[in-house]
Design a binder for this molecule. Structure first.
Ligand code: SDX
Length: 433
């Protein structure tokens, strides 16, 4: 089959080059621009990488136009209905669904790695009590890079695997510790008798002085939220982890860089920002006012939880979470006025010309906070929950990048728009004071 190519012609010089078109197993073809600078002496320009495929990956597929999300080819709707978070962790990291035996072994490894080195507890005491849990999580994750010298050889498969197990297992313990520290409460150690989500709730809420019973509905809802947040192709935080990893940095340091990126309100910090926005709206009758504010070009207000770089359709995760919100609120007999405001906001926005024309739909962050509030997670911990879910995506993408024989250090170029070459001016001759 002849190679498909595209001709790029520089109309200033008349020079033309043929560049290859590459086609993945799904998704749009891509133009391989690897020779453009060498042949035409020009860079390509794509701020925010809106139109740029930065790598080949076999982990997650998204079709933004159709609102499709697949983990290793499995539609998110099927995984949400039939799977659980640790099974999805296995799928994302190893590439296939586990056998019953493989799953049992994997669950047991993750459970046994959930405790953190006692020395790590000391890192918390340097933070202010009112530090944001994401600041603590980011910092303690970075500190993890100073432990485990036995498995830092990124070229060794077993070292990478142990690192992945430790990250998946220890994130909930580190995260729950951030919450307990912020409340001045003693840390709760993980309990090996509990499943992943239940263990996190236990570490968040149990007290040494009394028995704590995990709410099964809450644990199930949390497990599903972890699953839905597990990976999402080359989003900002995953791209950060890949770029950090491309320098062959310590893997824990790379994940810590991902945590920092996820924190931003334009990315994983949106779930916390959505609740703040819904509280500010305060009543369904004020939703139109806020939709108008979001449309006002002179205002930098945005409808948090709306819009997406890739989805120009309803985020499939948001659809699942919206349905789950209603179910969890009913089952837990929680009446959250913010849910009604959120649904009213969605109803108005989706009928509004501005949102229709710009293809702005609810994303994964729009309803997730409703569920987290219902199961008693404080708002400041929402992005930390996102971090726990996404760690498996980061470490799977990192592993894929490290094992890609063609990978090189990531090093984008730029369009320089600064001052042209000029002569140094001695301070005595500088007129401006
Ligand atoms: C996540 O990439 C991923 O996959 C991320 C994620 C993952 O799982 O990793 O899915 C998780 O980060 C979800 C997104 C969470 N963020 C928010 O909900 C914050 C609010 N949304 C945005 O700020 C915005 O929509 C982004 C950041 C999500 C996407 O920004 P883009 O792709 O750069 O789009 P844009 O800013 O160029 O917007 C296009 C237009 C603009 O208008 P014009 O300049 O063309 O006139 O749409 C407008 C924007 O002003 N717009 C919004 C809007 N989002 C975009 N207007 C009002 N409210 C909004 N929420």
């Amino acid at each position: 089959m002849p190679k498909k190519t595209v001709t790029i012609t520089d109309n200033n010089t008349g020079k033309s080059i043929e560049v290859d078109i590459l086609q993945g197993s799904q998704g749009p073809p891509v133009i391989d621009i690897g020779t453009v600078y060498k042949e035409l002496g020009m860079f390509t320009f794509d701020p925010g990488f809106v139109n740029t495929a930065a790598c080949e990956s076999a982990i997650t597929f998204i079709d933004g136009e159709k609102g499709v999300l697949q983990y290793r080819g499995y539609p998110i709707e099927q995984l949400a209905e039939h799977s659980n978070f640790l099974e999805v962790c296995y799928l994302l990291y190893y590439g296939d669904l586990p056998t019953r035996k493989q799953q049992k072994e994997f669950d047991s490894i993750i459970t046994r790695h959930s405790i953190i080195h006692e020395g790590l507890h000391d890192f918390y005491s340097g933070f202010r009590r009112d530090a944001h849990p994401m600041a603590i999580t980011c910092g303690v994750m970075g500190a993890l890079s100073s432990f485990y010298h036995d498995s830092l050889d990124i070229w060794d498969e077993r070292s990478r695997e142990i690192t992945a197990h430790r990250l998946i297992a220890k994130l909930p313990t580190i995260a729950a510790g951030a919450y307990r520290y912020s409340k001045g409460e003693p840390f709760a150690y993980p309990k090996n008798s509990l499943d992943y989500a239940s263990n996190f709730l236990h570490m968040m809420n149990s007290f040494p002085s009394e028995e704590y019973q995990v709410n099964e509905i809450a644990a199930k809802a949390l497990d599903l939220l972890f699953l839905l947040h597990a990976d999402h192709e080359q989003n900002a935080s995953t791209s950060t982890v890949r770029l950090a990893g491309s320098s062959q940095a310590n893997p824990y340091a790379c994940i810590s860089a991902g945590v920092g990126t996820l924190w931003g309100p334009a990315h994983g910090g949106a779930n916390e920002a959505v609740i703040k926005m819904l509280k500010e709206i305060g009543d369904p009758s004020r939703t139109k006012e806020f939709v108008n504010r979001a449309k006002d070009p002179s205002s930098n207000f945005r409808l948090m939880g709306f819009g997406h770089r890739v989805y120009k359709n309803y985020d499939p995760r948001a659809k699942i979470i919206r349905k789950m919100s209603k179910k969890v609120l009913d089952e837990l007999k929680v009446d959250d006025p913010l849910f009604e405001i959120a649904m009213k906001l969605e109803e108005i926005a989706l009928k509004d010309e501005y949102f229709i024309e710009k293809k702005l739909y609810p994303n994964v962050d729009f309803y997730s906070g409703i569920i987290l509030r219902a199961i008693g997670i404080p708002t400041t911990m929402f992005t930390v929950i996102f971090t726990i879910g996404r760690t498996i995506g980061w470490v799977s993408q990192w592993q894929e990048m490290v094992t890609d024989k063609s990978h090189r250090i990531g090093r984008p170029r730029q369009v320089y728009i600064g001052k042209r070459k000029r002569k140094y001016i001695p301070v005595a001759k500088r007129t401006k004071n």
